[in-house]
Ligand binder design. Structure first.
Ligand code: C2G
Length: 448
């Protein structure tokens, strides 16, 4: 009896999948189908899967070809499955030709001709047309954004706007996109807008993009005053538009897993959160020369405040900023201390002082620690009184990580998932209020 195995996501189940399973079954007597989990697909960079795992399994089952369905959760599982299930033939579509030759040491490997002119990607695009992204700003983050956006199916980076025409033209040429002189023409040619301009320009650009009926993804800090955040979110909601603050940590799978574990009660009630992120910056850069809006807190504060707001909430009873300023009056190191009814927190950020960048969450039963770069969470540990009980968790973090927020932004636009909980409006508003308090104190200090 020949035993065959094949694997796939089987998203938006189509004829190509059906024919593949039919031929795989015909290769032997018993067919096992491995269906990928959402986490595994995310880890291998397949970000826009529409159907849930349950739906995808149901669809494979309905074909009647699978004698057994298993879940594919990790890379490297195939070898173990082949041994465990005594597989004779591994079959997969011809788009993978060569990729699974390493399995030839364990069984026969057959690449089946892929069915032409049909794919899940194509169906996803038909269901939800490609979103053309227009980018405002041409700085370092915009440079990182484009290669990441190109990995997310369903979006197309199409144009860039910057009132400094030369910068826009240079950027557009490098990335082979269009540069726009007129913002009206730019909006006309874009479906969604990504804002990566200097902090203080965000408010005006978000306002105008929303007024043009565009969904907006805006770099952190989204705005620097609470009333601005209130107004923008209010307008977006009223007009059914998505407005998302791009704090990449909030959307990355590892951070998500960490929050899930922290909130599950395994470390008991959370009493203390400490988050630190420092980055020694070139003193000539905007971050350390823009005396109004530069400095460590506006630059990195969103990252360090994020786990605190997520875990202890927005209702702090007191907040205090301690800063070390440079000769321009810019904060090169800032410590934020917060008190809550049943917990405390400190957030530390630095552009001119280096420290141990870690995230520590202390609870009544144990603690979680993630070392730098915890803001790109790939690994963390859970510790208890009994050191033998330490648990270690890892999660893939691909590239610069912007792909996760772009993918969530897109799913929210298409209505296929609601990722708003990853960074809620309330949390973004709280962040803007904290930015405002900080900047007011800083100005007050300077005016003294
Ligand atoms: N397929 C096909 N014809 C198409 C589309 C897909 O024959 N027009 C095949 C693929 O080659 C694959 C199977 O259908 O063998 C499932 O395809 P996907 O759902 O796209 O899954 P995939 O990403 O190919 O997963 O571990 C996962 C596997 O490596 C493959």
């Amino acid at each position: 009896m020949a035993r065959v195995i094949t694997y796939g996501t089987f998203d938006l189940f189509h004829e190509g999948h059906y024919r593949l399973l039919q031929r795989a079954k015909a290769l032997g007597d018993y067919l096992i189908v491995g269906v990928t989990t959402e986490a595994y697909d995310k880890a291998r960079g397949k970000l826009n899967v529409v159907d849930s795992l349950v739906t995808r399994i149901e669809n494979v089952k309905k074909t009647g070809f699978a004698d057994e369905i298993i879940i594919e959760e990790t890379q490297g599982q195939k070898v173990n499955d082949i041994r465990r299930f005594h597989i004779d033939i591994f079959a997969i579509g011809s788009d993978w030709t060569g990729a699974f030759d390493y399995l030839k040491d364990y069984c026969q490997v057959i690449y089946l001709e892929r069915t032409k002119n049909i794919s899940s990607t194509m169906l996803r695009e038909q269901n939800s047309p490609i979103q053309r992204i227009g980018i405002i700003g041409t700085g370092r983050i915009a440079e990182r954004f484009i290669p990441e956006a190109r990995l997310v199916s369903g979006v197309n980076t199409q144009g860039v706007y910057n009132p400094h025409l030369e910068s826009a033209a240079r950027f557009a040429q490098k990335w082979e996109i269009n540069a726009y002189k007129e913002i009206e023409a730019f909006y006309e040619a874009s479906d969604v807008i990504y804002i990566a301009s200097p902090h203080e320009t965000h408010f005006g650009y978000i306002q105008s993009a929303l007024a043009h009926g565009k969904h907006v993804l805006c770099e952190k800090p989204m705005v620097l005053e609470k009333h601005q955040a209130d107004e923008l979110f209010g307008y977006a909601k009223q007009h059914n538009l998505i407005l998302l603050e791009g704090i990449k940590t909030a959307y990355c799978p590892g951070f998500h897993k960490l929050l899930g574990i922290a909130c599950s009660g395994t470390i008991g009630a959370i009493r203390n959160v400490e988050a630190c992120f420092t980055k020694l910056e070139n003193p000539r850069r905007r971050e350390l020369t823009d005396t109004r809006y530069g400095g460590s807190f506006t630059e990195l504060g969103s990252y360090v405040m994020l786990p605190i707001l997520k875990l202890l909430g927005k209702e702090y009873t007191s907040i205090r900023f301690d800063t070390i300023n440079d000769e321009n009056g810019l904060d090169i190191f800032t410590k934020i201390s917060l008190e809550y009814p049943s917990g405390i927190a400190t957030a530390t950020c630095g552009l001119g002082v280096k420290s141990d960048g870690r995230l520590l969450i202390a609870g009544t039963k144990g603690y979680i620690v993630a070392e730098a770069p915890w803001w790109k969470t790939a690994y963390f540990e859970v510790h208890y009184e009994d050191i033998d009980k330490t648990e270690k968790y890892s999660e893939t973090f691909l590239g610069d990580g912007l792909r996760y927020e772009i993918s969530d932004f897109l799913s929210m636009i298409n209505g296929s998932s609601n990722s708003e909980f990853k960074l809620t409006r309330g949390e973004s508003i709280a962040l803007s209020e904290i930015m405002e308090t900080f900047l007011q104190e800083k100005r007050g200090y300077r005016n003294r």
